[in-house]
Design a protein around this ligand. Sequence first.
Ligand code: 3PG
Ligand code: MG
Length: 397
Amino acid sequence: MPAFKTISDFDVAGKRVLVRSDLNVPMRDGRVTDATRIERSAETIKALAAKGARVVVLSHFGRPKGERVPEMSLKPVAEALAATLGQPVAFADDCIGDTAKAVVNALAPGQVAMLENLRYHKQEEKNDADFAKALAALGDIYVNDAFSAAHRAHASTEGLAHLLPSAAGLLMQAELEALGKALEKPEHPVVAIVGGAKVSTKLDLLGNLVSKVDVLVIGGGMANTFLFAQGIEVGSSLCEKDMADTAREILEKAKAANCEIILPSDVVVAGEFKEHAANAVVAANAVPADKMILDAGPAAAEALAAKLASCKTLVWNGPLGAFELKPFDAATNTVAQAAAKLTAEGKLLTVAGGGDTVGALANAGVADQFSYISTAGGAFLEWLEGKELPGVVALGK
Ligand code: 3PG
Ligand code: MG
């Protein structure tokens, strides 16, 4: 983790502080459907306002590609933020220029404003120097609190850090500390659970993890490709047959690095990809030709739960089965609940994030029982891949 300043390093009273948050939240019919990112981002905004800063919140929303797409306005998000903060949030119709300036200039110490979607300007994603300057003109200090957008080298996540005195926000700090504990300086043994549909999307991630963790559990559709690569027939299961060589290479790399790979010993099979499809438990090497694997089996789940008990750190990305279809969430639930119990007993540090993972853990009823759940999707994956995140790197300079 690079060294960087935090918000306590600055005297922010009366200053215009530009806070880059990631308020790219799920929304339906103009309403926020999951306020997690708003709630987690609110801490930094509140802390700055309490110190008398004039807080200006910047964010992107969706991918409008430089157009003013009305459905991608941040206005409803500003209202949700105001509700979370318990104080008004002024809104500027544009994130640069006179409109933005007028709203920012009207802020008194302790007050908060939000500017319209950064991606209404195509220069944002291009990390355009003039656009970054136009943003910088609105503030005295830059705080990056958007870990979940730190894999993007955009004007607001990267460029700004070079133009203003910069600090990491509280959420950014919390994310980096939790992730550091999980992979950079973890307590061993470390186990990683990586699930999800396709090996092809997680190659870099698997390659990086085998050299860092003691045990790597491969689940979800990806496990089928690994079983197939070892000569096991997987019936009509999702399987990337052209990735068999790659899967074997990962297994070899794991062996050389002394990383134990765990694949399911038994699996739940069904004739169709459907909720409550008729199903059966079979040994992983006895999948009927006309059946597909939709979950790890109960013996595999119990074995994983037992394995967790012998580890000190868990990093989890991706479900073990088709968790969105009942009862194919069973293995994910068993293992997630075992992880939560070990966390509560203080025996296991548990960190999860990325894509479907948070949904799968929420479905298991343990979303608030892990040591840390990241707000990040793509950024969490890139971090697991061992990549440098431009937004984080820029803060360290
Ligand atoms: C996310 O939700 O993953 C972040 O907000 C980044 O969004 P993006 O993938 O559109 O850059
Ligand atoms: Mg994304």
